[in-house]
Design a protein around this ligand. Structure first.
Ligand code: TYD
Length: 146
């Protein structure tokens, strides 16, 4: 069967789950995350989403240079991923797992459970010019890179 270059080398497949160490203990479990060991970049910034009202979504953008790992610290939510060609949905609901998202992936966070907390480890400081917030601009930028 003929497989196109795009299908062989899907950027969406670079989005992957990273499992962190889990020290189970009857007193309560412990997980730790080390920059450049468990995370494939140096962590420059941490932010978190909380108090998300039912039915709301976050994200809805892509980043030029930023890489991220998203962790469901509490509760659950779904991450919709789109590399401009292929799409996939990853459900996060374990605080010892993170979703690595490389550059130039459109993402949306949806279906937050009540009380859920999403923590994001980021490779860069906040920079508003690093965002594509318009989907058509994101697609046009991908085409320019081809
Ligand atoms: P945004 O990245 O759009 O949030 P999300 O992707 O989670 O929906 O950011 C929302 C607002 O917060 C926007 O005005 C930029 C600001 N912001 C910062 O000032 N610093 C940060 O580190 C982040 C992530 C956002």
């Amino acid at each position: 069967m003929y497989i196109s270059e795009k299908e062989c080398n899907m950027r969406i497949d670079e989005c992957r789950i990273i499992q962190f160490p889990k020290i189970t203990d009857p007193r309560g479990n412990l997980t730790f995350v080390e920059s450049q060991r468990h995370i494939p970049f140096t962590i420059k910034r941490v932010y978190y989403l909380y108090d998300v009202p039912g039915g709301e979504s976050r994200g809805g953008h892509a980043h030029k240079s930023l890489q991220q790992v998203i962790i469901a610290m509490s509760g659950s939510f779904d991450v919709l991923l789109d590399d401009g060609v292929n799409k996939k949905t990853v459900s996060l609901n374990r605080s010892y797992m993170g979703l690595f998202i490389p550059t130039m992936i459109w993402r949306e966070l949806v279906n937050f459970s009540s009380g859920s907390v999403s923590m994001v480890l980021a490779s860069e400081y906040y920079e508003k010019d690093d965002y594509y917030r318009d989907y058509n601009e994101f697609i046009a930028a991908l085409k320019r890179k081809e």
